[in-house]
Design a protein around this ligand. Sequence first.
Ligand SMILES: [Zn+2]
Length: 125
Amino acid sequence: MMVRRCLWSNGYRYRLHSKDLPGKPDIVLLKYKAVIFVHGCFWHRHGCKATATPLTNQEFWLKKFADTITRDKRNIQDLLDCGWRVAIVWECVLRGKKELPDIIATELVDWLHSELKLLSIPSSP
Ligand SMILES: [Zn+2]
């Protein structure tokens, strides 16, 4: 929501949850041939503090996580193969914030105008 509001107020027009694209990206910016995912750190296994594995039912969780990681990788590769550029914003950089931090907004906008195929914010967990 924060990411959308920020892009919109800066004049970027987008579509939401495009069901016809791999992984159903949260935001699609057709003009820039770019998609943005906002990934929950727990489900998508960011590797940050929010990525702890539950102590019970570990077998279940590990299988579920492995499936998610495999699916995410395939979706991103499929998007790149189709000429899309992909940005992933991890939820931990947004936690507790009401508005998208300027530094992240700048990073996203710079990326939209760049040739870079893949962006991850933060770049490491
Ligand atoms: Zn994280």
